[in-house]
Design a binder for this molecule. Structure first.
Ligand SMILES: C[S@@+](CC[C@H](N)C(=O)[O-])C[C@H]1O[C@@H](n2cnc3c(N)ncnc32)[C@H](O)[C@@H]1O
Length: 234
């Protein structure tokens, strides 16, 4: 029997709490989201794939900026929450990041985004392969993920060069599982898939975050939590 992806089990369990709080949490609203959107650029008229779409915040934001958006997620709870928000304006699919995207044609999208979802799959190669397949040549893939150095600073047992499944207790969500992987495992498989790195950002929170949470801001300036990347389909 094939095991459920860890993201499906996790987000079906904590998804409603996540969906209720994520849009106003400073770590998302004033930190990861502005840094990721800065790499997305102008989207009016573009056809965009929102991977691991969660409660649909990114899909809604890009739709409201004039894009046509298609979303997917592996968690039924998150898809329900996204559907509540988006209605029929954004087609949504039940799909895992690391399986074939049967709903998508080759070279269909101008842009694909994957904010904060890649740490739930053990290997990025199948994800990058599908992204390269569904992007037009010259199309962009923008994603954010945990900063490997930050994860390693909390879990330095074992070998940095190995991808490891970690378990942590997050104050707002409870027990979470995700993969820590070395920077090489984020970057090098891009090339194998036909994707070229264009931008690499170690995100810093906004001024508003600094005003609301000065102690967390000081910590994040010393040890950033997220990396945001923009890569291009060759
Ligand atoms: C931290 S949330 C981010 C949601 C959204 N991208 C955002 O930034 O608001 C991670 C999302 O990835 C989804 N996810 C986890 N593993 C996945 C997988 N294997 N395939 C598709 N989605 C997955 C979860 O269900 C959840 O909605």
């Amino acid at each position: 029997m094939t095991r459920e992806p860890i993201g499906q089990t996790t987000y079906n369990r904590i998804g409603d709490r996540f969906a209720d709080e994520v849009d106003t949490r400073p770590y998302n609203a004033l930190f990861e989201r502005p840094a990721t959107l800065a790499l997305v650029g102008e989207v009016a008229g573009k056809h965009i794939l929102d991977m691991g779409c969660g409660n649909g915040w990114y899909s809604e934001t890009l739709r409201d900026r004039g894009a046509t958006v298609v979303g997917f997620d592996v968690s039924e709870t998150m898809l329900y929450r996204a559907k509540e928000r988006l209605g029929k304006t954004v087609p949504l699919f039940h799909q895992s990041l690391d399986r074939t995207y049967d709903f998508a044609h080759d070279a269909e999208f101008d842009l694909a985004i994957a904010p904060l979802c890649l740490s739930y799959v053990p290997d990025l190669r199948p994800v990058y392969h599908e992204v390269a397949r569904v992007l037009k040549p010259g199309g962009a893939f923008v994603f954010s993920t945990h900063h490997p150095a930050n994860d390693y600073s909390r879990h330095s047992e074992g070998d940095y060069h190995e991808t490891r499944l970690l378990t942590e207790r997050w104050s707002w969500l409870g027990e979470m599982q995700f993969y820590r992987r070395p920077l090489q495992e984020i970057l090098d498989p891009l090339w194998e898939a036909g994707l070229i790195l264009e931008r690499f950002v170690e995100a810093i929170p906004t001024e508003e975050f600094a005003r609301l949470q000065p102690e967390s801001f000081a910590k994040e300036k010393r040890s950033p939590s997220f990396v945001c990347l923009r890569v291009l389909r060759r």
